[in-house]
Ligand binder design. Structure first.
Ligand code: NAD
Length: 367
C-alpha cells in the first residue's frame, strides 16, 4: 500500500467511470462495458489498465480521437471467421463485440476467429479471453499498440507492447490466464511508476544508445521523442534470448495488422484523417470450443492437474510459493473486493478533474 493512497470500493468507482463515459455521450450500454473492463483490471490488481487509464480515454473522446458512439461494421464474414471495422469507436466495446462474435461462431462450428481493423485501445486483453473461458472455451487475444519495443540489436521503438494473451478453463476456482505484454515492462506500468515517483526495475528500458534507463518520467518523455524503448521479454541482445520476446511481439503485430489490412508499427503513433487526429490499432480474437475436441470437464481436469503439478514442484530455497498464471489476479480480486481500489494522489487529481468538469457531484470521494 502506498502511504498517500486512499481506497474506494469497486462498485462506486465502476459507477463513476460509467457516468464519466455517459457524460461524454457514450451510449449507456457501451459505457457499462468500458467501465466493467476498467474495474475488472483494478479488481484483478492490474493497476496500469484500470481507472489509471480512465482520463486518457476521457481526453481522447473529448479531442475527437475516439468516437463516443461506436459503430462496428462487418467487412467480411464466413462461418468461422469475420473481419470487422471499428471505425475508431471505443476499443473496449469493439473488442467485446468481436470476442462475442468469435464465441458465437465457436459454439456453432467449434472455432471462431475475428480480426478487427480501425479499433482503439481496448485495455486488458485478458478481459476478452475471460469471456471465452466463461463459455468453456479457450480464448486467445492479441492487439498491436504504439511503438515501444525495439528489435534485437536495435534501439528504436518499433513494435507495441503487444500482449499475447491466452486463457483456458481448469477444474480449479480460477482459470489459467496468461495475460501480459511481450515487453518486460509495458507503458501503463511505466506510467504507474511515474505517478508514484519510483525508479523502474533495471534492464527494462534502453535509450537511443542502448544504455539502461530507470527514471519513469524521463522514459515517458523520451518515448515521445522515440529515444527510449521498452525491451522485449528476454531483454537486450541475444544472451538472454531477447529475440524471443521480439519474435512474439512480431507475431502479435502480424495477427493484429496484416490479417486485416490494418495499420502497423509507426502508423499506430497516430494519423490525421479529414482534419481529425486518430490513434488506431488492430486486434485478433480466437475462441476454441473445447467440447468439439473432448468434453470440457476432461479438459478442465487435465488443465487443473497440470497447474497443481507445476505449483507443487520443488521450490528454490527461501521462495514461499509457486504460482500459475491467473492465480495472482484471482487472489487480488478476492482482496480488492474487501479493501477497495487504491488511488494514489495523482489518480485522485484526475478523478477530481473529471468529476468537476462533468458535474458528477453525487460521488463523495474521501479526497
Ligand atoms: N491494450 C494494450 O495495448 C496493452 C498493451 C500491453 C499490455 N496490456 C495489458 O496490460 C496488462 C498487464 O500486462 P503486463 O505485461 O504488465 O503483465 P505482468 O508482467 O504483470 O504479467 C501478468 C501475467 O503474468 C502472470 N504471473 C505473474 N506472476 C507470476 C508468477 N510468479 N508465476 C506465474 N505467472 C505469473 C499473471 O498471472 C498474468 O497472467 C495485461 O492485462 C495486458 O493485456 C494491454
Amino acid at each position: 500500500m502506498l502511504e498517500e493512497s486512499v481506497y474506494v470500493d469497486a462498485h462506486t468507482l465502476e459507477s463513476f467511470m460509467r457516468d464519466v463515459f455517459i457524460g461524454l455521450e457514450v451510449p449507456k450500454e457501451d459505457a457499462g462495458i468500458i467501465a466493467n473492463v476498467l474495474i475488472t483490471s483494478d479488481l484483478r490488481g492490474i493497476e496500469s489498465h484500470g481507472i489509471q487509464r480512465c482520463k486518457m480515454y476521457y481526453d481522447r473522446i473529448k479531442e475527437g480521437i475516439y468516437e463516443a458512439k461506436t459503430k462496428v461494421d462487418i467487412i467480411k464474414e464466413g462461418p468461422t471467421t469475420a473481419l470487422l471495422d471499428g471505425n475508431c469507436g471505443m476499443g473496449h466495446v469493439i473488442a467485446y463485440k468481436a470476442m462475442k462474435m468469435a464465441i458465437d461462431k465457436a459454439k456453432k462450428y467449434g472455432i471462431g476467429a475475428v480480426a478487427v481493423r480501425n479499433s482503439t485501445h481496448f485495455g486488458i486483453a485478458g478481459y476478452y479471453s475471460l469471456m471465452a473461458i466463461k463459455e468453456g472455451m479457450i480464448g486467445l487475444v492479441t492487439t498491436n499498440a504504439r511503438p515501444s519495443i525495439p528489435p534485437t540489436f536495435g534501439s528504436e521503438p518499433m513494435l507495441g507492447t503487444n500482449p499475447l494473451t491466452f486463457g483456458a478453463p481448469t477444474d480449479e476456482e480460477f482459470p489459467y490466464l496468461l495475460d501480459c505484454a511481450t515487453s518486460i515492462i509495458q507503458r501503463g506500468k511505466v506510467e504507474v511508476y511515474a505517478r508514484i515517483n519510483k525508479p523502474l526495475p533495471k534492464n527494462t528500458v534502453i535509450d537511443d544508445k542502448g544504455e539502461i534507463m530507470t527514471d519513469p518520467n524521463e522514459v515517458l518523455d523520451q518515448m515521445l521523442e522515440r529515444k527510449a524503448a521498452l525491451l522485449p521479454l528476454g531483454g537486450k541482445g541475444e544472451d538472454t534470448a531477447g529475440y524471443k520476446g521480439y519474435g512474439y511481439a512480431t507475431v502479435v503485430e502480424l495477427l493484429s495488422a496484416a490479417l486485416q489490412e490494418g495499420i502497423y508499427l509507426q502508423d499506430t503513433l497516430g494519423m490525421v484523417e479529414n482534419g481529425q487526429k486518430r490513434l488506431k490499432v488492430g486486434h485478433f480474437f480466437l475462441a476454441i470450443n473445447i467440447d468439439n475436441f473432448i468434453g470440457v470437464k476432461s479438459f478442465e481436469k487435465t488443465a487443473g492437474n497440470i497447474m497443481r503439478e507445476l505449483r507443487n514442484s520443488r521450490r528454490i530455497p527461501g521462495e514461499q510459493q509457486i504460482y500459475t498464471a491467473g492465480e495472482k489476479e484471482y487472489l487480488a480480486e478476492i482482496d480488492k473486493k474487501n479493501t477497495g481500489i487504491p488511488l494514489n494522489k495523482s489518480l485522485q487529481k484526475d478523478i477530481k478533474i473529471m468529476q468537476n468538469e462533468l458535474g458528477l457531484s453525487k460521488y463523495k470521494f474521501p479526497f
